[in-house]
Design a protein around this ligand. Structure first.
Ligand code: SAH
Length: 259
């Protein structure tokens, strides 16, 4: 972490999926070096042990623009860590902070500290489902119109690659997951493996392995703390003895080597 003895700085810090062990060394250092730590209340609660002696500004969901403005204002004279779950550049705070900063016309030392995004965290709990090309789509229509999401889902599933769904369901939009599964079934066999990973690397972690044909029956288990991975045309179940352990999407070594 560079020194910032000569004034303010703004670190937009990815805190990973939720356990301290999944935070990068740079993320920890950025938070430790900050006078102010600002972020969504739920992320800050998980970071309590890093926040002793700091000015902590708790914000709520839906207040991202105000939070970004406040961080930019403070960072003119102070070292500020804006925390964002997972990776800050993936459905996180990085873009809105940069937009606000650009509009403000200020010249501030700003750094994005990457973090383990939900797709990687979730995938690691079910083997190796995302071994090659894959696609990430958020089902939240708060900032993206539903017809655009639908168009992207059709394009993604038509490629035959694994698709990771973020924000799969919330009370405000309970039907978007059914829509996505329906589109997936137009392109893939009903035996295609599906993994539902809830609260990866944090309390209440739960993993459900199913198939595209049976996934609709599991929709009630999905909430906004869940990532859903729908395998691609080459994905298959990973077995160890009699146990199904997860999903493997082969990279293609079997086409070239004998093993
Ligand atoms: N910036 C975050 C994503 C924010 S969008 C990142 O890079 O991970 C919020 C969505 O991320 C949730 O609805 C859920 O789909 C997913 N998510 C975040 N943390 C998760 C976790 N620990 N386990 C499972 N899914 C998670």
């Amino acid at each position: 972490m560079p020194s910032h003895a000569d004034g303010g700085a703004l670190y937009i810090v990815g805190t990973g999926p939720g356990s301290p062990g999944q935070m990068t060394h740079d993320a920890v250092q950025a938070i430790e070096s900050a006078e102010y730590v600002i972020g969504n209340s739920s992320y800050l609660t998980a970071l309590a042990s890093f926040l002793v002696g700091k000015e902590v500004i708790r914000s709520s969901m839906g207040k991202e623009v105000e939070r970004a403005q406040q961080a930019v204002d403070l960072a003119r004279d102070h070292v500020v860590a804006m925390v964002s779950g997972g990776d800050p550049g993936v459905y996180g705070m990085a873009s809105i902070v940069l937009e606000v900063l650009e509009r403000s016309g200020s010249d501030i030392d700003v750094r994005i500290i990457p973090g383990v995004t939900a797709a990687n965290a979730a995938a690691s709990r079910v083997g190796s489902p995302l071994s090659g090309d894959f696609c990430v789509i958020s089902l939240s229509d708060l900032l993206t119109p539903l017809p655009v999401i639908e168009q992207r889902l059709r394009a993604a599933f038509s490629m035959g690659i694994p698709v990771v769904l973020y924000n799969p369901k919330s009370r405000g939009r309970p039907h978007n997951l059914s829509l996505a599964l329906g589109i997936a079934r137009e392109h893939h066999a009903s035996s295609t493996p599906v993994a539902i990973i809830k609260n990866a690397y944090r309390e209440g972690e739960e993993v459900i392995l199913t198939t595209l044909g049976e996934a609709p029956g599991k929709e009630d288990l999905v909430d906004m703390h869940t990532t859903v991975i729908i395998g691609g045309s080459e994905s298959r179940l990973w077995r160890m003895g009699d146990h199904v352990k997860g999903i493997i999407t082969p990279r293609g070594y079997h086409r070239k080597y004998v093993y």
